[in-house]
Design a protein around this ligand. Sequence first.
Ligand code: G3P
Ligand code: CA
Length: 323
Amino acid sequence: MRIRPVSAVAGALLVLSTLVLAVPQAQAAPGGPEAAPGRAAAHAGVPLAIGHRGVPVQAPENTLASIDRAADLGITWVENDVQRTKDGALIVMHDTTLERTTDVKRRFPRRAPWKIADFTLAEIQKLDAGSWYDRRFAGERVPTLRRYLQRVDHNRQKLLLEVKAPELYPGIERQLASELQRAGWLNARHVRSALVVQSFSAPSLKAFHRVRPDVKTGFLGAPKPSELRSYAAFADQINPPHRSVTSAWVRAVHALRGPHGRHLEVSAWTVDNGDRAVELARMGVDGIISNAPHEIEDALDEDLDEQDEEEDDGLSFLSFLGL
Ligand code: G3P
Ligand code: CA
């Protein structure tokens, strides 16, 4: 993947120009400059790898087991999806129906189409959210948001929280703010560096921003550069599908400042290929949301090592030339 210099002289010149011209890019996504955990903080400019629904290549998505697995792998940032039950509880699940990721069809065969919004929390808590994935995870439950937040804290992780399908759950933004407050997630530490609320819905994100303007937000999508300014009024991040990312688009996003006066950030999704992650890193994205975030970290680290080696080669050559 690394593009090596065509010759030692070219390498030396490249290094020379890098040393003279390069301006280090601050590591910022997704929680702001203070948010960068150990590994990323050590390598300014390297995007954060964010676990998409946890680490779903190793554990069932959006479960506590999945964020525990992320913690075991050293992944600090995890992403999840939040929705609401019939009796008003906030839970963590991606699909708007329970069918794919639980045993609901077996337990409640007459309740098709098994929408989350048609089931009470007590009913949902009876479901097995692990067996569909692997027998080893039998008995895993659909987490409430409250329980999930506790576990993220316990694991010393940070959260990219998606409000999923907010049009189905009127008022969820205000409810989410109350729930975050009750869970201790709106104190200075969490707001400064451990929480970003994102959505595909601009109206929902605006509504959340109105209720809690201090919390960082992310818009899921890839608006045209000409439209970006309107999003900067309520979103700190613009998080696009990775196939729509170009260097020019990333520059256009970074050029704007968000509601907290900082340059907008970009976290691209969903990237499970190391070479693609390196390409995106070179385009300047701040975060990479992945089902295999540990593999993305490895690819980015490897690329960084290769860059370091090339720099060392270049410096040796300059010293050989007496420069
Ligand atoms: O965080 C980005 C990603 O989660 C958006 O897509 O469908 O996986 O929620 P989806
Ligand atoms: Ca999501």
